[in-house]
Structure formats: C-alpha cells, structure tokens
Design a protein around this ligand. Structure first.
Ligand SMILES: [Zn+2]
Length: 277
C-alpha cells in the first residue's frame, strides 16, 4: 500500500503513456491512491472532470483525488487569482477535492515574475488557511541545492511563518536538512520525489535521514523526475514504489512500519482523503 501524493496524469499522457496503462500499473503495484495536482486554471478544471468521471466509472482499487491551484511558473497576471479562487470555491464541496496547489516560488525557471509569484503564493496559502485545506508548495532557487542561493526558500519560510498554518507540504524537496528544520518547526510535511534516488542527491538523502519520520511523504511528480532504475523513461505514478524502496533502505525501517507511517502521514495532512477498505 503506497500513495503517490503528487502526480500530473494529464501531462504524463501528453508524454505518451495513456491513462489505462498508468492505472493498470498502479493496480498491479498496489498503489492505494494518487493525488492529481493542478498547475493552472485549465488543469484545475481538467482535474475536476477527470477525477469525477474516473470515480463514477472505474473498477480500479486505486483512488484518485485532485487539487486546484496555479504553479509559480504559470503566474502571469492578477486576473488569474480571482479565477482560481472561484474554481476552488466551486470545488469545495467535491469529495475528491483535497487541497490547494501547486503554488510556491520558482526563482530558477521564472525569476522575471518573482514579486507576482510571492503574491500568488501568499493568497493561495491564505485561502488554504481560510478553507482549512492542505496546500502543496513548489520551491526552486537553482538547478541543484546551492547554499548561496536560498532566496525563494527563505521567502517560503517567512510567508509560512507569518500565516502560521501547519497543513502544508513542501513538495519535491531539494534542499538540505538545515532548511528542512524550518518547515518541521511550522509542522509542515516534506515530500520526496525520484530525485531522492539520484546518485548525486547526497544532500537530499541526508535531509531525508534527519527529518522526523512523522514529517515525510513520498511522490513521483510524474511525468518528471523518474527514479532510478528508470531514469531514461517517462515517470508514472506506479514508480512511487522506487522512491519508497530507496527511502526504506536509506532509513532502514521495516516495510510494514514505514508503509503504514507514510499512509498515516498522508491522511493526516490530506484529511479529506478516504481510502477504500
Ligand atoms: Zn508538480
């Protein structure tokens, strides 16, 4: 039993793996649930339609939930904020709608919109707090961890601290154990992707070892960041098992305990998720 807490099925399909294959592989690998994450208004609407249709018609055991939000790289103008808030409020009663995101700061890919990103992130977090929904946070300062480039991560922390809201996930964590302490102090979860399995990811592996087990989640971020041993293939949600296997060996915690803990952590922060018994 594993949950992929962060995937993009729509983008994975556009990379050439169809839904049927994605879902059959989840079924084969006993993936209990997926969280389908939005990156803009269109993908938020796509998520809602896809997940409703899936849950109406599917016989698969894997459950799928979704989020709505605007990725920092999709930030363009303030009209988007009003639009996404409307979508979020409309989805609020939907039983498969489980969180807001992804939002955050990407000062590596899109430094030209820094200020607007910070405003969007603040508003997403504020709305999450008002609606008591978890919020999924993306943060990048550089291609890899660089202790001299920490502007975005520091700003995520200071906004997080100001709004003081514990139901948040640092998705695809790529910083060190030092910064992780800030987010643990805020009560946030820290989610590891396939990057954890990369040979040169020693700083991230060290962070995983030093974060309390209660704060850890796992994800794929499919179709990106395919874990070892499939680095040259397109990522898919079932590959969360390779992230899991790596983490299990790294932490050396028995399988039954670690799997249960990860599910428990996921359900604690994504408190709208109900799994089929
Ligand atoms: Zn993502």
């Amino acid at each position: 039993m594993l949950i992929d807490t962060h995937c993009h099925i729509d983008i994975t399909e556009s990379f050439g793996i169809d839904k049927k294959e994605i879902l059959e592989n989840c079924e084969k690998n006993e993936i209990s649930a997926l969280i389908q994450i939005a990156v803009d208004k269109n993908s938020s609407l796509w998520n809602q339609n896809f997940v409703e249709e899936y849950n109406r018609n599917s016989n698969y055991k894997t459950r799928i939930f979704f989020t709505c939000g605007i990725h920092p790289e999709s930030v363009q103008n303030r009209d988007q904020l009003k639009e996404i808030e409307e979508v979020i409020l409309k989805c609020y009663e939907n039983p498969y709608f489980v969180g807001i995101g992804e939002t955050g700061l990407d000062f590596f890919q899109t430094p030209e919109t820094k200020e607007l990103q910070a405003e969007f992130f603040y508003k997403h977090l504020q709305l999450a707090k008002r609606l008591e929904l978890p919020v999924i946070i993306h943060c990048r300062d550089d291609k890899m961890y660089n202790e001299n480039k920490l502007e975005a991560i520091k700003l995520v922390y200071s906004i997080g601290k100001e709004l003081n809201y514990p139901k948040a996930i640092m998705h695809c964590y790529t910083y060190s154990s030092q910064e992780a302490k800030w987010f643990i102090e805020l009560g946030w979860k820290i989610s590891f992707s396939g990057i954890l399995t990369f040979k040169n990811a020693t700083i991230i592996q060290d962070a995983a070892k030093n974060i309390p087990i209660e704060n850890i989640l796992i994800e794929t971020d499919s179709p990106f960041l395919t874990p070892v041993p499939y680095r040259n293939k397109t990522n898919q949600p079932a590959f969360v098992k390779y992230v899991y296997d790596y983490l299990q060996q790294l932490l050396n915690i028995p399988n039954d305990i670690l799997k249960e803990k990860l599910i428990q952590n996921t359900l604690e922060v994504f408190d709208r998720i109900k799994l089929k018994s």
